[in-house]
Every structure is written in C-alpha cells, then in structure tokens.
Design a binder for this molecule. Structure first.
Ligand code: 8YV
Length: 319
C-alpha cells in the first residue's frame, strides 16, 4: 500500500489523553501550545492547517485564525464559543463544531451539587469531621434548598436541565432570558433585577461572550436578598468578581458556589479567604462518561470535515 502522509491538524490547547490518542491515530497533530515561538511556527506552517481543535474554555485567538488561510474547521471540545470570534469565522467560511447535547446533564448536576453544597455547608461539614471539631462542638446549621425560589439566568439546554432537577426539589422556578419560552412551565422574568430580588438561589446558566460580560453587576448583586446564594456554572466573565467578593465579605448575600472564574485557572487570594464560598475548578462536564463522549464527538466532527460529510456538531442558529 502506498505511504499516505497523515493530514495535519493544529491543537490549540491540551486535551484529555483519550482524545489526543485518537487524534494521533489518524492525523499529524501539531501542538501550538508547545511551540516556544508560536508566531514563527504559524508564519512558516499556518497555510497547511485546514482544521484546528480547541477547548470551549480556551477557544482560539483571532490573531491565530489570521495566520491560518486554509482553515475550514474549528472543532471545539465543549459547547462554549465565547472565546472564538464568530464574526471572523462566518466571514471566512470556517465551520465551528461543538460537542452538543452531551454535557448538559453533568453541568446541571453540578449546579444542583453547588447549590446543595453551599446551602447545606457540605464542604464545611467535611472539614468539621476531618478536624475532629465534631468531638467538642455542634456542627453549623445550613439553609434549606427544597421548596425555595430558584432564579435561572439563561434558559437554554442547561438552564432547562437545571429547572427539571429543581422541580424534584419542589422549587419555585423563574428565569430570565431574552424572550419568554412559552412552552415551559416556569415564570419568565423579563427583568434580571426582579429575578435577582425574588430568588433564594440565583443560578447563572447563560452563554458567555461580550453580550453577557459582567451581567451579574453591582445592581444585580444588590438586588439579591441577604440570605441568597449565587451559583455559576457558566462563565466567570459574566460576574463582576470584585463586586461579588465585596458582597460576600460584608455578608450582603449568603454565599456563592462557583465552578468558573474570570481569569481561570488563576483564582485570586480574595476567593480563598472567604468561607461563604464553594470553589470548583471548572469541572461541570468533567465526568469519565461525558468527557469520553465529548472526545468521540470531536473526532466525529474532524473526520466528517475531512471526508466531506455533514458536520454532526456544527454550530447552528443566529450568532
Ligand atoms: C469544557 C466548557 O469542559 O463546554 C464548555 O464550553 O467550558 C467546558 O464544559 C471545557 O471546554 C473543557 O476544558
């Protein structure tokens, strides 16, 4: 059989081993993040890449796209496209694929987990047992979750999956989104401030990007009741973090349970000094099952692109 050279693809950020192994079986994978002179590398080789692979949290800088004149595909390991310039991709006819509908349940589970661990003080309880404080003190009381008012910011797939779970907790569910989703049995609040005011738990489940940057600002945080919790499983960029930190320091709200941060993986010392927070390292979709399916989805999209088939995860809808 004649020797066929593998097609080159460009990897923007590290991915899980299983995905990397699958990619190298079929493609010549170049790791941009390991290049000491990324600009020089792209100047010399950029024209050869028709596909790149990246993560939802990393996306790809437009300066990189500009050095890839043959690019036809950005395959995202994740669903977030907020770190990709979609105006550029549309103008240059670059398809963007995401791992649609795979991580919804896990991220919704994480939102419920954060809500419960914050309000019921699960992390403090764990530390209380480990430190043996239990032998001499009574454990702290938490706040009830069942039956409370849940406000969801964003009612896409993940918001809806959170709402379905919250129904089983007898929660009263309201949401804020650009338009009302009349088919859903939840109360639409056109005004985010009113939603914040009327929620015991405010969960951020909208997509990131310029349109939602600092959406949870000082007005929204000031509108939240003093006993309320803020939960974020979406993007750190959606929260004005210094304002939230101030509110938590002065107990203007009860707490925050966060899976995402504005400058992750860097998390400022201010967060670490607070004990009314639950902090997670962006692990909403991080289960073996989901990450395996996400890997398969990325491979399916890259393979479909190079064999001229319909891209199963192609981003749809208006930008
Ligand atoms: C991914 C995410 O797990 O889907 C997204 O946009 O942010 C996460 O769910 C992440 O891209 C993997 O690192």
């Amino acid at each position: 059989m004649p020797y066929a050279e593998k097609t080159s693809v460009l990897l923007i950020a590290p991915v899980m081993d299983a995905l990397y192994e699958n990619l190298i079986n079929a493609y010549n994978v170049c790791k941009l993040y390991e290049e000491s002179d990324a600009v020089g590398f792209l100047n010399a080789t950029g024209h050869q890449f028709r596909a790149i692979i990246t993560r939802g949290d990393t996306g790809v800088k437009t300066e990189i796209l500009e050095k890839l004149p043959s690019l036809g595909l950005i395959a995202v390991f994740g669903v977030g496209t907020d770190a990709i310039d979609l105006t550029y991709t549309r103008q240059h006819d670059i398809a963007v694929t995401i791992t649609s509908d795979i991580l919804t349940s896990d991220v919704a589970d994480m939102a419920m987990g954060l809500m419960l661990s914050g309000a019921r003080k699960l992390c403090q309880g764990d530390r209380f047992v480990r430190s043996r404080a239990w032998e001499s003190e009574a454990p702290p009381l938490g706040s009830q979750v069942s039956g409370k008012r849940l406000g969801i910011v964003g009612m896409g797939n993940i918001g809806q999956a959170i709402a379905r779970r919250a129904l089983a907790f007898d929660m009263q569910i309201s949401y804020n989104s650009r338009t009302e989703k009349e088919a859903l049995p939840y109360t639409w609040q056109a005004n985010l401030l009113s939603l914040a005011q009327d929620s015991d738990f405010l969960v951020i489940a909208a997509s990131g990007g310029a349109h939602t940057k600092n959406l949870i600002n000082s007005d929204v945080i000031a509108a939240m009741p003093a006993h309320a919790w803020l939960i974020n499983i979406a993007r750190g960029s959606m929260v004005d973090e210094p304002v939230l930190i101030d509110a938590l320091r002065s107990n203007k709200i009860a707490g925050a349970a966060l899976d995402v941060f504005a400058n992750e993986p860097y998390v400022s010392d201010a967060w670490l000094a607070l004990d009314n927070v639950v902090l997670q390292p962006h692990v909403g979709s991080a289960t073996h099952e989901t990450r395996q399916k996400m890997s398969e989805s990325v491979i399916a999209n890259v393979d479909a692109f190079f064999t001229g088939k319909t891209l199963p995860g192609q981003l749809k809808g208006p930008l």
